[in-house]
Design a protein around this ligand. Structure first.
Ligand code: MG
Length: 400
């Protein structure tokens, strides 16, 4: 049976790789809806002409009119609501939108009782309690595309099949990014170009900078807690922030691990390619027939592991702090980070200032509860305002 797919963020890195996975198994998946920001309209139009989906959504409402003119006979929906409407269009909705803008897509897919294949970690991190409520919609399921969480999902499969959980720890691996092993002093003057030169993964600019600061790993710790956290009691074992570890693993072959109460660790290994976790989320509970990421064991000679340097990479510690605070604190951190990364990419602040902006904004977090979508959007807005003012103060100080 063909699985229908709606793809939000189709022109980005996850979007284009999703289309490659779909193309690898003809007849298995059918892309019925495509959506994008509209910033790269030529690419979106080319995708629509090649794939012929029923529905297209363009988040930027003014660009949507251009898109409609260039795509006669195709239904083009405009604005963030138009993009979110893709959530209910297919069996699976792939959310490959970048940043907080993905929140509505996440909620729409879950509230429609669909499977959400989630690459947009920011929506889960910022909107945690609201997304958790949406996950309880009958039929709704969330399969992570993030490679670490896809790995943990795979490591836990036997648990699901065999009965009560006896999970002791989750271990997220981190490549360490381009600056692994550098001291805080050596990191002071790194450039945008340096930060974008990731040693093992090819990704969009925002997540690549997040990898260089280890904020990506920090956000993934919160993501893991949202996805796999469990209160102690039910089976005598709980998974909170104290039970989620990060280990630096420069080869990016082990994508994450689960340690069970008897000391046994189950890991998921494959070459670093997003095609595998994307295909896993599309095909689940089945598996793809295409061996993306298969390891050539005659070539792989070693796997190294080392602890992260929390002194030089402060963003990781900030994420644990925000995660433990709970409520809207992760929303404040994620919004501050988006603003700081954007300012860094524009040359307004230095790399080392990213952590400073995030810390200054997180300090202002007021502990308000995440009751509804409006409170999440309000927290995001206030955190961005605060972050922009810290960025202005920082860039004036730097250029003075
Ligand atoms: Mg990841």
């Amino acid at each position: 049976m063909t699985t229908t797919v709606a793809l939000a963020g189709s022109t980005g890195s996850i979007g284009t790789q999703t289309l490659e996975v779909v193309a690898a198994e003809p007849g298995r998946f059918e892309v019925v809806a495509l959506g994008a920001s509209g910033r790269n309209l030529d690419a979106l139009v080319a995708q629509v002409e090649a794939i012929r989906p029923r529905v297209v959504a363009v988040a930027d409402a003014s660009t949507a009119a251009d898109a409609q003119a260039r795509l006669p006979g195709v239904e083009v929906r405009a604005g963030r609501d138009g993009l979110a409407s893709l959530g209910s269009e297919a069996d699976v909705c792939v959310n490959g939108v970048v940043g907080f803008a993905g929140l509505e897509v996440t909620l729409a897919a879950l509230e429609a009782g669909k499977r959400l294949a989630l690459a947009n970690k920011e929506s889960l991190i910022a909107g945690g309690p609201v997304v958790q409520r949406a996950r309880r919609t009958p039929g709704a399921e969330l399969v992570p595309i993030d490679s670490e969480h896809g790995a943990i999902h795979q490591c836990l499969r036997s648990r699901d099949e065999l009965g009560p959980p006896r999970v002791a720890r989750l271990v997220l691996t981190a490549s360490g990014g381009p600056f692994r092993g550098r001291t805080a002093e050596q990191l002071a003057g790194v450039s945008v170009q340096d930060a974008l030169a990731h040693p093992t993964w090819s990704m969009g600019p925002k997540i690549t900078v997040d990898s260089s600061t280890l904020m990506n790993k920090g956000l993934e710790v919160i993501e893991a807690h949202e996805l796999f956290g469990a209160p102690a009691g039910a089976h005598g074992v709980g998974i909170g922030f104290d039970e989620i570890d990060v280990v630096v693993h420069p080869q990016s072959i082990v994508h994450s691990m689960v340690t069970y109460t008897d000391g046994s660790t189950i890991a998921q290994l494959s070459m670093p390619t997003m095609h595998l976790p994307i295909g896993y989320a599309l095909a689940w509970p089945d598996r793809l027939g295409t061996a993306f990421g298969a390891i050539d064991w005659t070539e792989l000679s070693r796997l190294d592991f080392e602890p992260p340097d929390l002194g030089a990479f402060r963003c990781l510690a900030l994420a644990y702090e925000a995660g433990r605070a709970g409520g809207l604190a992760p929303a404040w951190l994620s919004a501050a980070n988006e603003v700081a990364v954007d300012a860094f990419l524009k040359g307004e602040i230095g790399w080392a200032d990213i952590a400073g902006v995030c810390a200054a904004v997180l300090d202002r977090h007021d502990g308000a509860p995440a009751d509804d979508v409006a409170s999440v959007i309000d927290a995001d807005r206030r955190a961005r305002e605060r972050a922009r003012s810290v960025v202005r103060a920082t860039s004036t100080r730097t250029t003075a």
